[in-house]
Structures are given as structure tokens and as C-alpha cells.
Design a protein around this ligand. Sequence first.
Ligand code: ARG
Length: 506
Amino acid sequence: MSEASRKAGEEKVPAKDEATEGARPSAGHDLWGGRFSAKPSQVMERINASIDADRRFALEDIAGSRAHCRMLVTQGIIPESDGARILEGLETVEAEIREGRMRFDPALEDIHMHVEARLHELIGPAAGRLHTARSRNDQVATDFRLWCRRALLKIEGDIADLQRALLTRAEEHAETLMPGFTHLQVAQPVTFGHHLMAYFEMLARDRGRIADARRRLNESPLGAAALAGTAFPIDREATARALGFARPMANSLDAVSARDFALESVAALDILALHLSRLAEELVIWSSPAFGFVRIDDTFSTGSSIMPQKRNPDAAELIRAKPGTTLGSYARLHTMLKGLPLAYAKDLQEDKPPVFEAVDAVRLGLAAMTGMIAGLTANEERMAEMAGSGFSTATDLADWLVRQLAMPFREAHHVVGRLVRHAEESGRRLDELTLDEIRAQVPEADESVFAVLSARASAESRTSFGGTAPAQVRERLAAAAERLAGLDRALKEEIAADPIGLETPP
Ligand code: ARG
């Protein structure tokens, strides 16, 4: 950051005359200042600058400029010699950016002007030809789509990591009993592996939603120019292809003003954050001493500065809070876009920070959740004990009455209800009642009734497709692992095809 820009950043809003005077030379002004007699005030520069945000598009901006330059040469719009100089210069600018040597200055407004200004310093007047048949309006829309595509690809990979961690834990616990809950009241025994795989499925849908958003946004705005297209004989198919877009966008006005791709991406991320928050909440509950189901590894726990015994699930709680960020991002974008007339308006410059924040929040949340799941240990004894509590096999007993005695289910429900009340009054579980006590309600009952009263028998009996029986869970696990491997292969190919790639994270 230059001395001047550092000052501008530190300064309070100046007094009015100072604000309107604008005596400081403006670098950005050099690029569009032809029709003005006065330079912009410092306040104008500050409200206008977006470089703090859009510098994250630097690689995308270079990639877009490269594709545009090559096309201009091929189409005979600029001389080949200038094109070669531009490409060479862009190479240097890219190296400077990758190595963190690029100097950012709010006076240069945004990343597009930074790249162009630096190019000008490096190669002189030929740099001025790059902006032929292009506007910052189609440029920013192009950069933003390229960036979102990379960010979503990265997140799809991050989700896969969490899915793999869940698969591993679920395989380990395909037989481990735990209580299944409804209303957070013990309902029926399930296996821990089955419960974990519910999140695998949610994440699979998240991945699908994100991939859908990514494919839908994969059209090129480049060549829409300011809003109306251009009179130069450009080749939009060529630039679209060079940047890995499926096709050029069909309407130039739409191309520069559409941001539903950003909104859709954030919506998909918000739903993902929501799923993570549900799992996070379960970890908070399960790891509490009152439940004692799981232990979150030391590496993802924190202590209390006053209570030496504490072992807090801070990471889980922070993940639980992330939908505040993602839904906040959605609300910001949505509010900003509502009622905007076509085509480009500067409101659209404020579209980036909410997307960046949502992406960063989700990526950090995914990484922390993956770490927690990878290091999670289960207290199997405690979980099994609780699996048999709360009369969790009452439904199994009712089912047994239906199967063995052909009793209508409604009647069986009542009979078992009376047995539960009896057991509860005497402080026992259903399987602790005597046969005589059961016979008081069901005269036809014999010893075989006890076989259905254990939590394990209950879980093992639920063999229906997608049910909790360990055998069924193992089948679903195998299918899930296969699905995941297929998706991962496809993702690898898409990452390899990206002109920027994921080597430098978005
Ligand atoms: N920094 C701008 C943005 O993010 C780039 C487009 C500027 N276009 C313009 N007409 N001033 O939206």
C-alpha cells in the first residue's frame, strides 16, 4: 500500500471544503478523467474504491485479460506485436500478484485498474489497447463468475473430506447402539453409524446444490462490454472457451447486471451451513457431561480460564453460529439487488464482501467439523445404556403383539402404554418386568416376548431399506462410499479443467 493510500485509509471523513477540494493527484483518474476538470475528493475515492475486496479476483482478472487479448489479436482488432507485449506484461503482473509483490492503492479503485495500470508501467502505451471492446462491467462479472466457480469447486472438495470422515466414523460404529430421538426424547434405538450417515446424505445434497449453482453460473459475460455489446468483431465463443465457460451469455444487458449466480451460491452455502450447525449442535449435546456420548478430541476443545474442569466444545459452537454469517450474506446481497434497474449500477460493487464472507465461513466451518469428526471418540457403553432407556423398545413390543397375536396396532399401542406406565411407576425398564407382569396385560405372552425388548434386538430388526439395522447400515455405507468415489473422480476432472485451478486458494 502506498504512503498516500495508507493516509487515505487512516483519515477521518474530512471537513466539507477539504472533501470537495480533492487536490491530491489521483491515479485512477488518469484512466477515466478525460472529461473532468477536477480530481475526485478523497472521500469520493474512498467510497469508490473496491480494491480491498476485489483484489481476491487478481488471478481471475489476469486470466480474463489474457483470453480477451488473444481473441483481439486473432480477430485482427489489435496488432499481434502489441498483443505479444500485453501477454508478456500480464505474465509479470501475475508473478507479482502470486508472490505478493503487487502494490495496492485505493486511488486505483479496483483490481481491473490495478492490473491495467501496472501493465502500463511495464510495457507502455501498448497496454492501452487491452481495454478495446471491453468494459469493467463485463470484466468484473467475468472475474466474479470465475472466482465463484473456483470457490464452489474448492468447497465441494471440502465437503468430500467431511463426508469421508463421516464414512470412517460410521463404518467404525455401524453396530454401536445409541438412542434415536424425536423431540429430543428417547424414541427408538438406532446405531451411531446410521445417525452419522444422515449427515453424509445432507452433505451429498449440499454438494449437488453447489455443483448445480456452479454449472448454472458457468456462462461468460465477457464481450458484453459496458452493457450493449460492441461494434468490434469480437469472438465471444473463443473467450468463453478459453476461460472454461460453457458458452457466452446470450444477452449483454443480463451479462453485466445479473448477480443471481452469487445469490444462488450463497443460498446453497447457507443451507450447507445450516446442516453443519445441526451436526455441531448434536456434538455440543452429545459431548456434554449429562449425555456423555462422545468425546471431542483435545485438539478441538478449549478450557475455561476460571473452571479447571471445563472442556468446552467451542469449535462446534462456532460452527453452530455460522448460519448467522451465511444468512447475513444472503440478506445483504438480496437487499442490494432488489429493484435495481438494468444494466450495471455501482451498487453491484458491494456484491463481493458478502460472498467472500459466506465462502470463508463455510470453508472454515467445514475444516473444523472434519477435524472434530476425524477425532471423535464414542462412549459406547454409555450410549448403549441410554439406547435401552426411556422405554425405547415400546414400539417393538407393540409390533410383536401385532405380529404374534394379530392384535390391531391401535389396541397394541394401548396395551403397551399400560405396561410402560406400570414399569415407570416401579422405576424399571420394560425388559425388567416379569413375565407375570406382562401377562397381566397380555395373557397370551410367553418368554419369547423378551427377545424384542432389548435395544440391540430392536435396532437389528429394522432391516427395511434405509433403516437402522447394522446389516442395512453396512449396505448403505458401501453404496455411499461408491457414490463418493464417483463424485470425487468427476470433481478432480473439473478442477484439472479450470484455467486457474485450485493451487492458489480462492
Ligand atoms: N469495481 C467495479 C465493481 O466491482 C467494477 C465495475 C466498474 N464499472 C463502472 N461502470 N464504474 O463493480
